[in-house]
Ligand binder design. Structure first.
Ligand code: XIL
Length: 404
């Protein structure tokens, strides 16, 4: 089957239909892992389907807030401008937003001298108009650098480029950001360096102190934002996962020892509903004690932990939608119940909110060409089992944890 191109997909006129503010409650059997100790309130059988509000006090944002958690999502700025129902859904569910792409170098830097803040400013205006917090993502990454970058950046000018970028971008929104991902994905154990640092363009041009330079510059530019190191592949109970965790923790320890201004660690949390051959994505069933030890170690360093980009890919599952939705929901429930058990975790963001605009699938999607279903709302804006699983996991956060 031919898969619709991204453009065709985005251009599809179907409405998301969130105005009704109701959704089908999925049968308990598919609503995620039931907790034996605390039976879920809305127990139902597969024959007993009812509707329940998912807006207002019933939203993810409200349930999170009631348990000491901020919930939000990554926002696709093209969709925000073109799709009013999508904007309404983000407004309805989120207490915090992050730009999926609009604050990356590729979006902000049309040229070495110039900046284009149109989309970034639009997100900040949207968030502030709706009293949402804002995360910045990201100031330094090995990916998404603009086309001119490779031809222009040299060992001589790289420090200047980095500092000017951070001063200009973080400075523009100073005092208005909840947090910034200052450095994204700096560890790549497979690269073979003893310190685990990725052989990124920034490392090659500046050397390993680019990380310290970035954090110090960010702190000066915006003393109020929580400065975050963000990475993927920290989650799985695999050898590669353990190596990644060790390398990240070692880097964080070095940073803390050198008094690098750092407040939080982002665990991206791109996980899978079932084990696949994909090296970095881990099935929820492969997530466990290693991640919890990592979170505890981060907490002991005095840092917060943010779940920054959660989604659950269904690539390794058979096509049937109820089956996929049940497995995705179970993965959300298991993962979030586990990580929210640590008081250091105060923030959960999903990477998107509706399957309509998920990033999964542009590059290496399902072999059958079907749309992935990795997010709490389906392509029509209807709450899926994953929504109820997330909300249930928020509700189960212990009172002692949420107020700790
Ligand atoms: C992704 C976006 O979702 C895509 O639209 C874009 O094409 C590539 O980047 N880790 C990150 C995010 O830190 O910035 C990535 O976002 C997903 C993986």
């Amino acid at each position: 089957m031919r898969r619709a191109s991204r453009r065709e997909f985005l251009g599809t006129a179907a409405r998301l239909g969130v105005g009704a503010a109701t959704a089908t409650v999925l049968p308990l059997a598919v609503a995620g892992r039931a907790c034996a100790a605390k039976p879920r309130r809305a127990a139902s059988t597969s024959a007993d389907v009812k509707t329940e509000s998912v807006a207002g006090d019933s939203s993810l944002g409200a349930h999170g807030a009631a348990h000491g958690l901020l919930y939000g999502c990554a926002v696709n700025m093209n969709a925000l401008g073109a799709d009013a129902a999508y904007a309404a859904l983000v407004r309805e569910q989120c207490r915090i937003v992050v730009a999926e792409n609009a604050m990356k170098w590729g979006a902000l830097r049309p040229s070495a001298e110039g900046f284009n803040f149109d989309q970034a400013d639009a997100l900040v205006a949207f968030a502030e108009a709706n009293r949402m917090k804002i995360r910045g993502h990201n100031l330094v990454w090995h990916q998404n650098n603009p086309k001119w970058f490779d031809a222009t950046a040299t060992k001589e000018n790289a420090r200047g480029l980095l500092v000017t970028h951070i001063e200009t971008v973080a400075g523009r929104y100073a005092g208005r950001m909840h947090s910034w991902d200052v450095v994204n994905e700096a560890i790549d154990v497979a690269g073979g360096r003893a310190d685990g640092l990725r052989n990124s363009v920034w490392l090659r041009l500046i050397d390993e102190d680019y990380i310290e330079l970035a954090f110090k510059t960010a702190r000066e530019a915006d003393p109020q934002a929580l400065l975050t190191y963000n990475d993927y592949g920290i989650e799985p109970e695999t050898h590669a996962g353990e190596q990644k965790r060790e390398a990240v923790i070692e880097m964080l320890r070095r940073m803390v020892a050198r008094r690098v201004p750092l407040d939080a660690v982002g665990v991206q949390s791109h996980i899978a509903a079932a084990v696949s051959t994909d090296g970095n994505k881990s099935a929820a069933s492969q997530v466990g004690a290693g991640l919890m030890r990592f979170i505890a170690a981060v907490r002991e360093l005095g840092l917060q932990v943010f779940v920054t980009e959660m989604d659950v890919n269904d690539r390794a599952l058979a096509a049937d939608e109820p089956g996929r939705d049940a497995a995705v929901a179970a993965a959300y429930r298991q993962y979030l119940e586990m990580v929210l058990g640590d008081p250091a975790v105060r923030l959960v963001l999903t990477w998107g909110i509706t399957d309509r605009y998920t990033w999964l699938g542009h590059e290496d999607g399902r072999a059958d060409g079907k749309l992935e279903r990795p997010l709490p709302f389906d392509a029509e804006g209807k709450a899926k089992a994953a929504f109820f699983a997330m909300r249930g996991a928020f509700d189960q956060r212990e009172a002692a944890v949420s107020h700790g």
